[in-house]
Design a binder for this molecule. Structure first.
Ligand code: DCP
Ligand code: MG
Ligand code: MG
Length: 354
């Protein structure tokens, strides 16, 4: 059964944004710290992007309004997010992982999966220890590594071993490992799916695994089959090698808040031009176009559109970005807008496709 499942080493950085800040502000190490979306002068208005483990002890977590975080602990240290810096650190870490010579899939700014099929379990553990120590030496950051047969299970192991951990799920232990994880930890079970499953009286991975797959397919379509397979310890998805640059985005603060997409057009055209310049410089094609607004109350909303085919067409970006921004502006005026393209692949020596 395991023949088709890649042996995977999965890296997830610990409290990533806050850890990057601790690495360059040594005086903050060991003190509760939050990185959030609002500038320090208006810190009560934004939301928490991440909290270090000292701050998590007070119940503070990603997505929580800053004002609530300060309620929970008033001596909290706070820094305004510097995403460009975190992305630069991320690129360095991904480069280090790729130097292993094995296929690496960059999953997010702080996560990557490496295909280590062919290694023994002990060799995998040795490699993981070396990676942890190289990342610590090179960047002053800790990470947690999960190892297992199948990307999903390696990721779940990394979740479980956090922070600064290392966990190998041996093939013969996979079933028991899955039993020990709560249902919402299964990749693909988001808040909505979790609620739907609960209505169907499925509250554990074990119950999901025992369900008639046809019932799950009726309820969730092909995602239902996927859930059934995962719950039964099967994940044949491949580690797909990709660029360490996950996306290219630009955003800008507007001179005055805008309420309509017409008012935002000059900024959107300019941002799109900047993004496309970077896309061309790298010889990328993209498949996903994202729009972002930061409202006057500092909250952020994003929308994205997936194309059927890869492209590098500027017109396509404008065509997709306009309705997304228009729809986001229905919720209120924005003081910042952003354009991003993602799902990148490299074209070899091809400058312009369309
Ligand atoms: N992030 C964000 N907003 C969220 C969640 C996350 O901006 N609602 C950003 C900040 C995180 C980074 O993404 O540092 C990585 O997210 P993770 O879910 O991996 O969380 P952390 O790395 O912060 O913590 P952990 O140690 O639990 O992995
Ligand atoms: Mg992380
Ligand atoms: Mg992560």
């Amino acid at each position: 059964m395991y023949e088709n499942m890649p042996f995977v080493l999965y890296v997830d950085m610990d409290y990533f944004y806050a850890a990057c800040e601790e690495a360059r502000h040594k005086e903050l190490k060991g003190k509760p710290l939050v990185v959030g979306t609002a500038p320090e002068s208006e810190k009560l208005r934004g939301v928490v992007q991440t909290a270090n483990y000292e701050a998590r002890k007070y119940g503070i977590h990603s997505g929580m309004p800053n004002i609530k975080a300060f309620d929970l602990y008033k001596e909290l240290n706070y820094l305004h997010s510097d995403e460009e810096h975190y992305e630069e650190v991320s690129r360095g870490i991904m480069k280090l992982l790729k130097e292993s010579g094995r296929p690496v899939e960059v999953i997010s700014v702080d996560e990557a999966a490496m295909d280590i099929t062919g290694l023994s379990e002990n060799e995998a553990l040795e490699l993981a220890k070396r990676i942890k120590s190289d990342i610590l030496k090179g960047f002053g950051l800790t990470c947690t590594i999960g190892i297992g047969n199948g990307k999903a299970f390696a990721k779940m192991a990394s979740d479980k071993a956090k922070p600064d951990g290392l966990m190998l799920v041996r093939a013969q232990d996979l079933k028991n490992f899955l039993k020990s994880c709560s249902l919402e930890k299964l990749p693909g079970v988001g808040a909505k799916t979790f609620e739907r499953l609960k209505e169907m009286h499925i509250e554990t991975i074990e119950q999901l695994a025992a369900k008639d797959p046809m019932v799950l397919i009726d309820a969730f379509g092909s995602a239902g089959k996927e859930l059934y397979m995962l719950a039964n310890g099967i994940d044949e998805s491949k580690v797909v090698e990709n660029s360490e640059i996950l996306s290219i985005g630009r955003e800008t603060t507007l001179k005055s808040p805008v309420s309509t997409v017409e008012e935002a057009m000059p900024a959107l055209r300019d941002l799109t031009k900047q993004v496309m310049k970077e896309v061309e410089k790298n010889g990328f094609l993209f498949k996903n176009i994202g729009a972002k607004v930061r409202y006057t109350d500092f909250s952020i909303s994003v929308k994205s559109y997936s194309l059927h085919n890869y492209t590098n067409s500027e017109d396509e970006v404008i065509k997709r970005i306009v309705p997304m921004i228009a729809s986001l502006l229905k919720n209120g005026p924005a003081r910042k807008v952003g354009v991003r393209v993602s799902h990148l692949i490299k074209t070899k020596g091809q400058k312009k496709l369309f």
